[in-house]
Design a protein around this ligand. Structure first.
Ligand SMILES: [Mg+2]
Length: 256
């Protein structure tokens, strides 16, 4: 959605999908992580696959029974549900707070499969090659999010990474704080930044309140979430590939 202009600044193109962002100057693009750059459900699926066999044997349950309970809970509740593990263990008839704590601990240490969404790496390469500065703002437990970033090979792309799990809860999204922090570290005004995310309930109100431009990507389970206008992104795309197709930028490069 950005098109190269004179000097080091870019500007959002006048494409219909750009919405109210058309013509806006851009120096940096920030990204959410889960369901924006990769399928967060990959994490849950690989975690549940890891625990299903071992846990099934320990508890005298079949692998398939455990796997089906995990899949059913994930489909019904999504990974964002705060009691997902409780629900699985209740469904299996073996709920115990010590088991929940064990699963939470293992979940935080779990190494996910390293698969970005199609087009994600190419998009980051094009943005970087065009001279845009890149940053990440992600909610979630800090250690777990760092494992994901490392496993996905994302670290080298980003000049600033803000893990809100390291901050007090009131500074997590949708607070504008982590976005202000990223801008301060980049020494850029929010008005020269875009933020790309998937979840209207937490990704856009914070950066918008600072004057940052926001782009929603419909890649996750929140794509059809209805939210008040102040929580909505200013522009929407169906996928990162669509976002990349809208770019008029130099060709791919590598992380600098
Ligand atoms: Mg997300």
């Amino acid at each position: 959605m950005a098109v190269a202009t004179a000097g080091s600044l870019l500007a959002v193109a006048g494409h219909p999908a750009a919405g109210s962002l058309a013509g806006r100057p851009v120096a940096a693009v920030g990204f959410d992580l889960d369901y924006t750059l990769w399928d967060q459900d990959d994490f849950a699926r690989s975690f549940f696959a890891e625990v299903a066999g071992e846990f099934g044997r320990r508890m005298g349950l079949g692998d398939r029974q455990v796997a089906e309970a995990c899949r059913d809970a994930l489909d019904r509740l999504t990974l964002a549900h705060p009691r997902l593990f409780d629900q699985v263990l209740h469904q299996l008839g073996v709920w115990d707070p010590r088991l929940v704590a064990e699963w939470v601990e293992r979940y935080r240490r779990h190494r996910p499969p390293a698969r970005l969404y199609p087009g994600a790496a190419a998009l980051l390469a094009r943005l970087k090659a065009a001279g845009l500065r890149l940053f990440l703002v992600t909610d979630g437990q800090g250690g777990s999010q760092r494992h994901k970033v490392a496993a996905l090979g994302l670290g080298p792309w980003f000049e600033q990474l803000v893990f809100t799990g390291d901050l007090p809860a009131h500074q997590h999204k949708p607070s504008p704080y982590p976005f202000r922090l990223a801008c301060r570290c980049l020494r850029l005004p929010p008005e020269l930044c875009l933020y790309v995310g998937d979840n209207p309930s937490c990704d856009f109100a914070g950066p918008r309140s600072l004057g940052m431009g926001t782009i929603g990507v419909a890649t996750g389970p929140y794509a059809r979430l209805q939210v008040p206008p102040e929580q909505a992104p200013q522009a929407r795309v169906a996928s990162l590939e669509e976002l990349a197709r809208l770019l008029v930028l130099p060709g791919p490069g590598g992380p600098g």
